[in-house]
Design a protein around this ligand. Structure first.
Ligand code: SF4
Length: 397
C-alpha cells in the first residue's frame, strides 16, 4: 500500500475524482506539451455524464489557463478499466497531432493509466495489503495501529498530517459561518450555521457532529478548499467526529493525529482492495468508506484495541453495502451533503457499539471490502455516478 498521504489531500471541491484528478492530469499533460498550439480533452463515462455538475470542464479549462482547449463530452463510450476516463490531445499549428494521453481518475484525486495494476502501486511502502495481516503483525510485535503506521511512513508524515488537521478545522470554521444558497441551480440552502446555533443552545455532541459535517460538505459543494477523506464528496464525515470529540473530551493534538493515521490506514485498505470511487462502486466506496474510517478513528479515541477498531471499521462499512450514487443534476449536494452528516453520527455510534459488543465477530473488514467491490460491479451503471437513475430522477420541480 501507498502512504496514507494519498488518502488525505488538500484541494478544491466538489469532487476528488471529477475535479482534483482531472486538474492533476491536465497539469501533467501540459508540462509534457508546453508548446503545443491547441489541445483537446475528451471526457468519457461518468466524467462526461456528471462532469458539468461536478465542474470537470471548468477545472480543466482553468488549469490550461489562456491556452485553447476543446472539451468533448462522450456520453457513450465507457472503458472497462474504470468509468472515469479522459483523453488529452496536443496539436501543432497545422493541427498535426503531437501527443495524446489516456488517463483514468480512479478516486481520491489519484490517476492511473490503462490496465495499470490497481494493487501494486509504484510507491508502495507497506508490506501488508490486508487488515488480517496487519492485525497478526501488530499482535506479534506489540504495536497499536498508529505505531504500525508510523513504522512504515516517512518522517515527514506528522508535519503533513498536522497541515491536514489544520485545513479540516479551517474548512469547518468557514462552513459554520457561511450562509445562503449553494451554487449549481438546485436551490439548496446552507444549513450548517443553523445546526450550529442549535448546538450552542443545546450542546449535545450529536448536534455538533451534524453541524461540523454539514459545514465541511457545504464548503465542498461550493468549490472551496477541503481535505479528501477519502474523497471530496465524503469529506464531511471524518473531520466532524474528530473535532467534535476533540472539543467535548479535550483530546490532545497528538491523539488526534494518531486517530487520523488509523482512519488513513482504513481508507488505504479500501482503496487498495476495493475502490473509493463512486463511479466504480457507488457511494458505498465514498461515504461508506468515510464512515468506516471515522468509526475506526473514534474507536481508537475511545480506547479501543486493534481488534475493536477493525470491528468498528467493519460494521460501519457492512451497513453501507450497496449504497448507490445518484446525485441530483450531477451536483455533489443531494444526497451527498446530508448523507455525510448521517454517516458521521453513524460512525460515532458504531465506535461505541464495537467497544460494547467486544471484538468477537464473524465477518472481517477484509471480507466486507471484497463484498463491496463485488457489489459495486453488480450495481447498475445508473447508480454509479452517472445521474441517470435513482434520486437523480426525482428532483422536485
Ligand atoms: S452520492 Fe456519494 S459517491 Fe455519489 S457524488 Fe454524492 S457523495 Fe459522491
Amino acid at each position: 500500500m501507498e502512504s496514507i498521504k494519498e488518502i488525505f489531500k488538500i484541494g478544491y471541491g466538489p469532487s476528488s475524482s471529477h475535479t482534483m484528478g482531472p486538474a492533476l492530469a491536465s497539469q501533467i499533460f501540459l508540462t509534457k506539451n508546453p508548446n503545443a498550439s491547441s489541445y483537446k480533452c475528451i471526457l468519457y463515462g461518468s466524467l462526461a455524464l456528471t462532469g458539468k455538475g461536478h465542474l470537470t470542464d471548468y477545472i480543466i479549462k482553468k488549469t490550461f489557463q489562456e491556452r485553447p482547449i476543446e472539451i468533448v463530452f462522450d456520453y457513450d463510450k465507457v472503458y472497462k478499466y474504470h468509468p472515469n476516463a479522459l483523453k488529452f490531445f496536443a496539436y501543432d499549428q497545422k493541427k498535426n497531432l503531437l501527443d495524446e494521453w489516456l488517463v483514468f481518475s480512479v478516486g481520491g484525486g489519484s490517476l492511473k493509466e490503462l490496465n495499470e495494476d490497481r494493487k501494486t502501486f509504484d510507491k508502495s511502502i507497506y508490506p501488508h495489503y490486508k487488515m488480517n495481516e496487519i492485525l497478526a503483525y501488530t499482535a506479534s510485535n506489540k504495536l497499536n495501529l498508529a505505531e504500525y503506521v508510523l513504522k512504515y511512513e516517512k518522517e515527514d508524515l506528522l508535519t503533513y498530517l498536522k497541515d491536514i488537521l489544520q485545513q479540516m478545522q479551517k474548512t469547518i470554521n468557514q462552513g459554520l459561518i457561511a450562509e445562503g444558497i449553494l451554487p449549481g441551480g438546485l436551490n439548496v440552502k446552507r444549513k450548517a450555521h443553523i445546526l450550529y446555533q442549535e448546538y450552542l443552545k443545546n450542546p449535545l455532541i450529536e448536534n455538533q457532529i451534524y453541524a461540523y459535517a454539514l459545514a465541511t460538505s457545504e464548503e465542498n459543494a461550493s468549490g472551496n478548499l477541503v481535505v479528501t477523506a477519502p474523497t471530496c464528496g465524503s469529506c464531511g464525515v471524518l473531520p466532524a467526529v474528530l473535532f467534535a470529540l476533540k472539543k467535548q473530551n479535550q483530546i490532545s493534538d497528538e491523539r488526534l493525529l494518531e486517530a487520523l493515521m488509523i482512519a488513513g490506514l482504513i481508507g488505504n485498505l479500501a482503496k487498495t482492495n476495493a475502490s473509493i470511487s463512486g463511479a466504480e462502486v457507488g457511494c458505498q466506496g465514498e461515504v461508506g468508506v468515510a464512515c468506516s474510517m471515522a468509526a475506526a478513528a473514534v474507536c481508537y479515541l475511545n480506547g479501543g484495541s486493534n481488534e475493536e477498531i477493525e470491528y468498528a471499521a467493519e460494521i460501519a462499512l457492512e451497513h453501507h453495502l450497496g449504497m448507490t450514487c445518484d446525485p441530483v443534476d450531477g451536483l455533489v449536494q443531494i444526497p451527498c451533503i446530508e448523507r455525510n452528516a448521517i454517516a458521521a453520527i453513524e460512525a460515532y455510534n458504531v465506535a461505541h457499539y464495537a467497544k460494547l459488543a467486544g471484538s468477537l465477530h464473524n465477518i472481517t473488514l477484509d471480507s466486507v471490502l471484497e463484498v463491496m467491490k463485488e457489489t459495486g460491479k453488480d450495481l447498475h451503471t445508473k447508480y454509479r455516478e452517472t445521474s441517470t437513475g435513482g434520486l437523480a430522477l426525482h428532483k422536485r420541480t
